[in-house]
Design a protein. Structure first.
Length: 280
């Protein structure tokens, strides 16, 4: 804990776990050694395996062994099994989240390109899509968090889910929470302070990352792009946010030898942001 926050990062922080170059236990130990309190667990990697329940139970045991927080994570957003559907992957991902100990699972709102200018249509389609997921999540004790999406259009059109009001409406209708992705907001030219404060106590998770705008969701380490970090931190203070301070940065191209160095750097970024917020 630092400044009242549990500091976490995405599980595949450097790619060494996913590439099989270190075990899950080694990954937990390495990240814990850098100072992280836990990980943003991506259930998608396990759902693609036939023994996903066993893998989930092992992850829960390892997290307990390392006193590592795995209460926040991501439910599948790709169909990783081939036959079947994304919804089936998410439904099983909810059960997997419960086995692991994830209490909050991030999901993506559905884009409706066939009638993307009709926000009411998009809203109703999303309610129909999410309703059975919410029902199962409630049964398994998992809170679904609907994430803001990046708007890649450059011609004035708007992807559904890119604006705070889109995900707020869905959260309120479905009884869910929200996750705020700072990189997605930056790409969509959404004011970080206004977006986060609009979410208020609906905000139950963060994907902290940076980019330089445009159309590339780069997931850079904060400070390497153009996102308004003063606005982010001021907003988190103003709404009294108490969830995980979670980084979703794309550094998996780095070699294993660099993972600790980058991990220490990210921890220093976290402490700097938190210190700067409290001073303001």
């Amino acid at each position: 804990m630092y400044g009242g926050f549990r500091i976490t990062c995405n599980l595949n922080f450097t790619g060494t776990f996913r590439d099989g170059r270190q075990t899950l236990g080694e990954t937990f130990a390495r990240l814990s050694g850098c100072g992280f309190d836990g990980v943003d667990f991506d259930t998608e990697w396990f759902i693609g395996s036939p023994d996903w329940r066993e893998k989930g139970a092992e992850a829960a045991e390892l997290a307990a062994l390392h006193c590592f927080d795995v209460s926040f994570g991501h439910l599948p957003f790709h169909n990783v099994r081939g036959p079947g559907s994304l919804k089936e992957c998410i439904l099983d991902g909810i059960e997997l989240a419960s086995i692991i100990g994830m209490k909050r699972g991030v999901v993506h709102p559905k884009h409706t390109p066939e009638r993307e200018d009709d926000l009411d249509f998009s809203f109703r389609k999303n309610i129909d899509w999410f309703s059975p997921l919410v029902e199962k999540a409630e049964k398994y004790g998992v809170k679904l968090l609907i994430e803001n999406m990046p708007n890649y259009y450059a011609d004035g059109r708007m992807r559904y889910g890119a604006q705070p009001e889109h995900i707020i409406a869905l959260a309120d209708e479905l009884g869910c929470g929200n996750c705020w992705d700072t990189g997605h907001a930056n790409l969509s030219e959404v004011d970080q302070y206004l977006g986060i404060t609009a979410l208020g106590d609906r905000l139950m998770g963060l994907h902290l990352n940076d980019n330089v705008g445009g159309h590339i969701d780069a997931h850079l380490i904060p400070g390497f792009g153009t996102a308004d970090w003063d606005g982010v931190m001021r907003a988190l203070c103003d709404i009294g946010y108490s969830g995980t301070f979670n980084f979703e940065c794309r550094t998996r191209h780095l070699p294993k030898a660099s993972s600790e160095f980058v991990g220490y750097h990210l921890m220093s970024v976290a402490r700097s942001l938190i210190d700067r917020a409290w001073k303001k």
